[in-house]
Every structure is written in C-alpha cells, then in structure tokens.
Design a protein around this ligand. Structure first.
Ligand code: F6P
Length: 492
C-alpha cells in the first residue's frame, strides 16, 4: 500500500452497524459476531463505518445528520464515524427478509429442503431486483460519496448482504481497493444452482469486483474457488487462491476470526454476572450442559434436544442429575421460517421435559432471550458445551466458552463449524446429523476423567488465546498492502 493508502481512513461497509439507536436517541451496541469482530478495528485505525439504518431510531439519526457520517460513542467503548443509510422500507424488507435471509443464508448453510423449497417466482425475483439491488445501490452511492476526493481509497465490505456492492463501487471508482470478508460458509457449487442463472451470475460478478475476498476457513475458500470454475468457467489457481476475471486478479484468502479474550473475560466478571451465577449455583444439579446461540436453523437446536432426550432414555442413572441450559436469542422473526423454528423449539422442549421431568426437576431450561451477562454466568459453570451447528461460518461461542469456563468443561463441536478447523483436536467432534453420536458424546463428556478434561480444556484455551482480533485485521491489511503494491499472490 502506498503511504497515502496507509494513512487514509478506512471505509467499512456492512448491513448492521456498530450501534443502533432507539427512537428516544439512546444508543445500543449492534448485535452479532460481525460487529464484535469489527469493533476492534476502530481502535486501530480511523474508520468510517457505512451501514444500513436498521429501524426508526437509526433512520431519525440519519436524517438528523443529513445522511452524512457522524461521530458516535459505543456503549461498550470505541468512537466511530458512522454513516447510516436509509433505504425505502419495503425495499429493505425484501433485501433482508427475502433475499439475504432466507435465500442466500439458506444456500450458504445448505438449509433448503429442496423437494419443498425454495420456489422462485415473481415475488422473489422482484425482491432481488427492487430490494437486494436497490439497497446495495443505496450503499454504493454513500460509499462513493465517502471516498470522493480520496486518492487510492480502501473499502472493506462485509458479508452476504452486499455481494452486488463491489461492482457498483468499482464502476464509479475503478481505482478503489476493495476487500470483502464473508462471515458465513461458502457452500459447494451445486447449492448455488438453486439461484436463477442471471441472478447467480450477477452475484458472482458482483463479489468478483473485489481485489481480495476473505473467508473464515480454508474449506470455504476452496469451495469459492471451485464455484468460480464450475459456475462461471473462470480461470482459477487453487494453490495460490487466485481467480482471473476480465484481466484482473482476485485473491481469495482464509482469515479465521479470533475473539477478544480480554474483553470477553472482563464482561464475565461483571457484578450482574455474579448475580446470575448465584442463582445458577443454587439450582445446579451434578452436571450442567450448555448451549448459547441465536435461534437460527443452522444451529441445529432441535437435533441437540433430541440427542439429550435419547441420552436420558439410554442413561436413566442421570435422571435428576443433569440440566441442559439453552440460551437462545430469537432472531429474524419477520422471516416465516425463523418464526416457525422457534415454535418447534418450544414444542420439543415441552415434550422432553414432560417425558423425563419429575416434580422438582426440569431437564431443559430454555431461555429465549439475548442476555450476554446471563450467558457468561452459564459459561463459567458448564460441564459440557454443545455447538452442533449443521454448517456455520465460524461460531464464536465455541471460542468464548473455553476461556470463561472454570470447570474444565468439555466442548462438543460439530465438524461443520468454522471453529472446528482450529479447535477440533481438543473438542469431542460430532457429525451434526448423527443424533445418536451426539447422545454418546454427551455421555462421554459427563463421564470423562478429570485429567482428560483438563488436557482438552488447556488445549482449547491455548488455541483461542494465541490470536486476537488485532491479528486478524493485521493479516488482512498486510494482504491489502501486498496486493496494492503489485506483489504476486502467495499460499495461505
Ligand atoms: O455473519 C453472520 C452474521 O451477520 C453475524 O454478524 C451474526 O452472527 C449474524 O449473522 C447476525 O445476523 P442478523 O444481522 O441478521 O441478526
């Protein structure tokens, strides 16, 4: 990167911003792994964060600042220049609740039950044309304004909501350096054949307008490269991770996202966490199993409860001795598939509790809320932590649990999570579809010797603590520098 490129403020773009505003003007931190990952960047570099206005409060703030960037202080620390972009309400709804979720999310997590869905009709095509495209277009205009007059600007784009954005920016600013990080898996080529070919081609051409595309794992990187070959017939160098398109080279890299261990531990020591802990310990049985997730279909919550059901049936000696605490944050409830999933979760919990419960023991404690401090209290005391996602980009909870837990708790981890590429050696690996295997692993975790628990927990902690989000960002900035200076691609 030239000197001017290194000193300029970076422009970050994502659907969700670092903060959201209520209509009374009060500020809350934006939710989700993406915001957590990027928040550190602002302490590192001058950043202007362009994001969609997520609700009325955000839209009011955007209007108050004439649609321009303004300075905000996040309640969890950090100052940002934020520019909130307001799109037409109906267009945003189509962008978020039809195309981004479920359409793209389900393709990338292999969630479509293809004999039943999706049906792509006028409704979906219009949602793409007049929703997804329009919101990407609104953001493109804002980004182009932000980089107006800046020499050699660098724009870092995030996630699956914004696949068309890079090309829209590139058309107006051919000199821009575009870096796009995808926080979710990249599925294999056949999963993408669900999309009508015109839509698919536009999406791939959109994202291939970037200079660098980053994923959490080498396996998603491999899938992406293969897709470019299979679906677009492009020339791909698999070893170097390069796609050649229209006389340009696009680098495709893997940057596994670490957690900020120091701040996670700070949160885990708050007074309110202690209060939750007191209550938890009062009710605690011999063993506690924990899961903490968004209530998303990809997280495989139902098979987790079915496995616990099976475990209790096959090991009656654990009756009244173990509680499964499930803290699930309702998510995307405007999308029918997500609403229905929540209902199925509640129904299954009622069945399992009815089948195995006793007058003073409820096997599953379901907590349908987003309360980080309550989750932290549970992290401290689990004996087994279940992360059995069907497919998942990284799954940061798999990293948070081990560094907060005080009991050398065992991690039961799906082989299809991004985190498994790093943590698999010290976790109990499960195939997320194999319910009997998960039931067996629950038993193995709860009967494991203290020595083995300690060995595994030490191993997990060591891996999680080895890198922090600063390293993640440094690796990406180093690649931006390399590519901008004309260096050749290198092996990951
Ligand atoms: O990358 C996946 C992601 O965008 C993460 O930020 C977070 O885990 C989740 O999806 C949040 O989804 P939403 O913004 O739809 O609530």
């Amino acid at each position: 990167m030239s000197e001017s490129r290194q000193q300029q403020p970076l422009v970050l773009v994502s659907n969700r911003g670092p903060v959201t505003f209520d209509t009374d003007g009060s500020i809350q931190r934006g939710t989700g792994g993406l915001v957590t990952a990027l928040s550190g960047l602002a302490t590192y570099r001058e950043v202007t964060w362009v994001a969609n206005a997520m609700g009325r409060g955000d839209a009011e703030q955007a209007r108050k600042h004439d649609g321009k960037a303004f300075r905000v202080q996040s309640p969890v620390g950090g100052d940002y220049d934020v520019r909130l972009v307001v799109s037409d309400e109906e267009a945003y709804e189509s962008f978020y609740s039809i195309i981004s979720n479920p359409m793209l999310w389900f393709i990338q997590h292999n969630l479509w039950d293809l004999s039943n869905a999706p049906d792509i009709r006028r409704h979906e095509v219009d949602a793409y044309e007049y929703g997804y495209k329009l919101v990407n277009e609104d953001l493109a205009r804002a980004v182009v304004e932000e980089i107006d007059g800046v020499d050699e600007p660098v724009v870092m784009i995030h996630d699956y909501h914004l696949y068309l954005l890079p090309q829209m920016i590139r058309e107006r600013r051919p000199d821009v350096f575009l870096h796009h990080f995808v926080h979710i898996p990249w599925s294999q080529s056949d999963a993408w054949r669900v999309l009508p070919s015109k839509m698919r081609e536009e999406i791939y051409r959109g994202i291939l307008a970037n200079d660098i595309i980053g994923f959490h794992t080498r396996s998603y990187r491999r899938n992406f490269l293969q897709c470019c070959e299979d679906l677009l017939g492009l020339e791909v160098d698999h070893a170097q991770g390069v796609v050649r398109i229209d006389d340009r080279e696009v680098w495709v890299r893997a940057y596994p996202l670490p957690i900020d261990a120091a701040s996670t531990r700070t949160v885990s020591r708050r007074v309110r966490v202690r209060q939750f802990e007191d209550e938890l310990l009062r009710r605690r049985r011999d063993f506690m199993i924990l899961r903490v997730d968004r209530a998303d279909l990809s997280k495989n919550v139902l098979r987790g409860f079915s496995a616990f059901d099976l475990f209790l049936e096959q090991h009656p000696e654990f009756s009244e001795r173990v509680t499964f605490v499930a803290q699930l944050m309702p998510s995307r409830t405007d999308v029918p598939e997500y609403r229905e999933y929540l209902e199925r979760i509640e129904a299954l919990v009622a069945v399992v509790n009815h089948r195995h419960g006793t007058p003073d023991w409820m096997p599953i404690q379901l907590k349908l809320r987003d309360d980080l401090e309550e989750a932290m209290a549970s992290y401290r005391h689990y004996d087994a932590h279940i992360v059995n996602a069907m497919f998942d980009g990284m799954n940061l909870v798999a990293k948070e649990g081990p560094i907060v837990n005080e009991r050398n708790g065992v991690s039961i981890l799906s082989e299809n999570t991004g985190a498994h590429e790093e943590l698999g050696e010290f976790a109990l690996t499960v195939n997320p579809f194999d319910v009997q295997e998960l039931a067996d692993m629950i038993h193995r975790a709860l009967t494991m010797s203290n020595e083995e628990r300690r060995r595994r927990a030490d191993g997990l902690r060591e891996i999680v603590l080895a890198r922090n989000p600063g390293d993640w960002i440094d690796d990406q900035l180093a690649d931006i520098r390399r590519k901008a200076s004309g260096a050749a691609a290198h092996d990951d």
